[in-house]
Design a binder for this molecule. Structure first.
Ligand SMILES: [Ca+2]
Length: 142
């Protein structure tokens, strides 16, 4: 399985091109451009699993650094500053890596899926097994 199974090639190309310059990468912008912001939590979980290349259950710094290459093999690695900012944005519990923990948060009493600038530290609200993704409203809170 590859990210290109989930995303349009043209969106990937645009998103990669938009952050070609060093230090121009913004996770939120990238996720929006590439179409990840619109994905359902189950799809995002699959994407997370692709990004977690060593299947550790977390996206670590080295995996983040090569983040763009998951989308396009020829893409540049993220700079140290970008990698750090990305990690800080996604690492809500401060453990130095980004996890998919499925924690439940219900900020407004309504089912809201909060996925860090996207894939990251998914605080999935009510990603309950007994509920169909009717509630798959995805809020990107960054
Ligand atoms: Ca990993």
């Amino acid at each position: 399985m590859a990210l290109t199974d989930f995303l349009a090639a043209s969106d990937i190309t645009s998103a990669i091109n938009a952050c070609r310059a060093n230090d121009s990468f913004s996770p939120k912008k990238f996720f929006a451009m590439v179409g990840l912001s619109k994905k359902s939590p189950p799809e995002i979980e699959k994407i997370f699993m692709i990004l977690d290349q060593d299947k550790s259950g977390y996206i670590e710094q080295d995996e983040l650094q090569l983040f763009l290459q998951n989308f396009s093999k020829g893409a540049r690695p993220l700079t140290a500053a970008e990698t750090r900012a990305f990690l800080l944005a996604g690492d809500k519990d401060g453990d130095g890596k980004i996890g998919w923990d499925g924690r439940v948060t219900r900020p407004s009493g309504r089912l809201t899926f909060i996925v860090m600038s996207l894939v990251l530290e998914a605080e999935l609200s009510n990603f309950a097994l007994d509920r169909p993704p009717v509630n798959s409203k995805l809020a990107i809170l960054y």
